[in-house]
Design a protein around this ligand. Sequence first.
Ligand SMILES: *Cc1c(COP(=O)(O)O)cnc(C)c1O
Length: 358
Amino acid sequence: MIPVTKTFFPPLEEYNKYLEKIWQNGWLTNRGELVDTLEKKLRDFLGLSEKNKFFLTANGTLSLQLALHSLPEKGEIITTPFTYVATVSSIVWEGFTPVFVDIDPETLTMDPVKIESAITEKTKAILPVHVYGNPADVVRIDQIGKKYGIPVIYDAAHAFGVQFEERSVLEYGDISIISFHATKLFQTAEGGAVFTKNNKLFDKLFQMHNFGHLSPVSFGEVGINAKMSELHAAMGLAVLPYMNHIIESRKKVAELYDQYLDWTKLSKPKSRKGTSWNYAYYPVIFPDEEYLLRVVKKLNEKQIFPRRYFYPSLNKLPYLQYQKVPVSENIAPRVLCLPMYENLDKKSIIKICNIFEE
Ligand SMILES: *Cc1c(COP(=O)(O)O)cnc(C)c1O
């Protein structure tokens, strides 16, 4: 069976080494030594500037919820319809109204040209997504945010290790969030993080992720429990040393697809200029949905399971009032993510590519 992705499991002895530490410490959660160590190592790996502060969380969704919850008032959040459902459901869960700005047909990220006309006096934030690890137009979107005094929150769930213009893509905007779910490039089973360069906002978000505690006996903000446990941090510590290898290996998979797929009918999203990408996904755009469905059927018959990331276009969610976003509605039914993981072998890749020909 070939799934769309396979979680990277570090050697068990290496995970066990960290478990032994947890047993020695007698400490399972509430920011123990391992969470602290993972934060330090991630800071180095991601190449974050000193100003950019972050903390680890229980998952990406709670990280988004914290970011949204930190906004002073409810209202409208400008976002993209072409993303995983968590981006939009978090907005609704936190009591905001999503306002969709259509995507650019080449990069599949939020089209910055269409943002300004979506801004109203009710707009509380702009929430773009670095979809498939391809950065949103961070320079222009940050400019628009500044011009109107509207915070920019990036959903960087897919963007582990992505550099844009020689710096981490996590350096842009007012807040970025990431996910370390088992299906994401870097995994802690469940996990995530919140990044910001604003010290006051960092303190607020940090308090919020731990019930609002200022000290054991005093409270500031209304909080929730969004902490990462030591067991999850142990997984992260065991996986992190393999990340360069994992990204290299996925790069080879991508190059083989590039080589063996028939590009006369298919296309790929365009990578934003200035990006050093992480090979998080391998999306392919079909000329029509019928062709996509035929290929999926054939692949499934051979026990190969690609995924329709991201379908449907989220403006069609049943709990939302319909808003028209023609580009997203046109492309979402025609995009398929092909199997992509460390050590996916050449034979399997060629087999997948040949099914397209059939
Ligand atoms: C995975 C994902 C999330 C949610 O992250 P979890 O850690 O699974 O909660 C949010 N946004 C996007 C775009 C995602 O792909």
